[in-house]
Design a binder for this molecule. Structure first.
Ligand SMILES: Cc1cc2nc3c(=O)[nH]c(=O)nc-3n(C[C@H](O)[C@H](O)[C@H](O)COP(=O)(O)O)c2cc1C
Length: 336
């Protein structure tokens, strides 16, 4: 079975498919006069007309066209789309054809740009669409005047996925770096991202030092024992000041954590790799303190983390993360 775009030459076969499906499958759920009216409407001309303003697909096997489906804008909305004309020949229902059609439609540009996809679903099709993640529009489970359920699925449009992709693809990188300089413009952009992070009571307790001078880098690396990031062409040192936000509350740790995550994401977005090295340099051997001395950092600041920055020579390792359901829930703690 293959799914391809409709051409006008397919109109008679698609019209026939729709009519057969209405007669055999939908007739179980709708009165005969309604089915007859629909059969009359679904002429080859009507199919062609619908295909003229949608992206219309057909599923085909050696016997001919066995399924159809279309996606188009929801009314005049640029960011909402609607599915139409989803029909699978009764002989091929329950064999994955419908699912394959929906998956194709959900990859179409009308779907990718949409934040919401609506389906006017027949009584017959309702359980199928629900299985594919479509739910009642605005929670309303009543049928409309045409005795169709209004279903919908929210999705994240491609242009809004960019940041989410960066977040999901970020990894801690501990491998070798290529001998390629990181331009100042990039280091500045990364530090700006760090400084843009929220801070408790806006106390802005985090400060940053980027190091890209080879001599100074080697001096800093010489105190890191056991060595990490020894091939990184640049690093950002994260400093904190334990300033009280209010009463006895100090949010310095939260502040620099937010700044570090912003920077890790910026580093990744610019095509570099990094790793949050904090445990390594803040242990009893006080490597961070020694680095702060080299950098001339005043006593009231503490160097708590280094972020190496560079182009990776190896593939970052993907750590095992617990399943979503083990750590995140809706409306209450659900971990059994
Ligand atoms: C507070 C903190 C301290 C960390 N310190 C170190 C460290 O000293 N050395 C290291 O290799 N990784 C360190 N990491 C990185 C974690 O090991 C890493 O985030 C974790 O294994 C998950 O992998 P991922 O970042 O690829 O998702 C630290 C991370 C955090 C949040």
């Amino acid at each position: 079975m293959k799914i391809r775009r409709f051409t006008d030459a397919d109109a008679p076969a698609v019209s026939e498919l729709i009519r057969t499906t209405l007669r055999i499958s939908n007739a179980k759920d709708y009165p005969p006069e309604m089915i007859e009216a629909l059969i009359e409407r679904e002429t080859p001309e009507h199919v062609k007309q619908r295909a003229s303003w949608t992206h219309f697909y057909v599923a085909e096997n050696e016997t001919g066209i066995i399924g159809s489906g279309a996606i188009g804008p929801y009314w005049d909305k640029q960011d909402e789309s609607s599915l139409f004309t989803i029909f699978v020949h009764p002989d091929y229902q329950g064999k994955g054809v419908g699912r394959a059609i929906i998956e194709t439609l959900e990859q179409d540009e009308f779907a990718l740009r949409a934040k919401r996809i609506e389906i006017p679903a027949s009584i017959t099709g309702l359980p199928f669409y629900q299985k594919l993640g479509y739910t009642f529009k605005n929670g309303h489970s009543e049928m409309d005047a045409e005795r169709l359920y209004r279903l919908e699925k929210y999705r994240i449009p491609e242009d809004q996925r960019i940041l989410l992709k960066q977040i999901l693809e970020r990894r801690s990188y501990r491998g070798k770096y290529k001998n390629i300089k990181v331009p100042r413009a990039h280091l500045t952009a990364i530090m700006e991202a760090g400084l843009a992070a929220p801070s408790g009571c806006n106390k802005q307790t985090t400060s940053l030092i980027a190091v890209d001078d080879d001599k100074l880098l080697s001096e800093l690396k010489s105190v890191i024992d056991p060595p990490v990031a020894s091939t990184a062409p640049a690093m950002i040192c994260v400093l904190t000041r334990r300033i009280i936000a209010y009463r006895d509350r100090c949010f310095a740790v939260q502040d620099y954590s937010a700044a570090i995550e912003n920077m890790l994401l910026a580093i990744h977005a610019l095509g570099y790799q990094s790793c949050w090295y904090e445990g390594h340099i803040t242990d009893e051997d006080r490597i961070g303190y020694q680095m702060a001395q080299i950098l001339g950092v005043p006593d009231e600041y503490e160097l708590v983390c280094i972020l190496p920055i560079g182009v990776a020579e190896e593939e970052p390792v993907k750590p095992r993360k617990k399943a979503f359901e083990e750590r995140a829930w809706f409306n209450g703690f659900k971990n059994e």
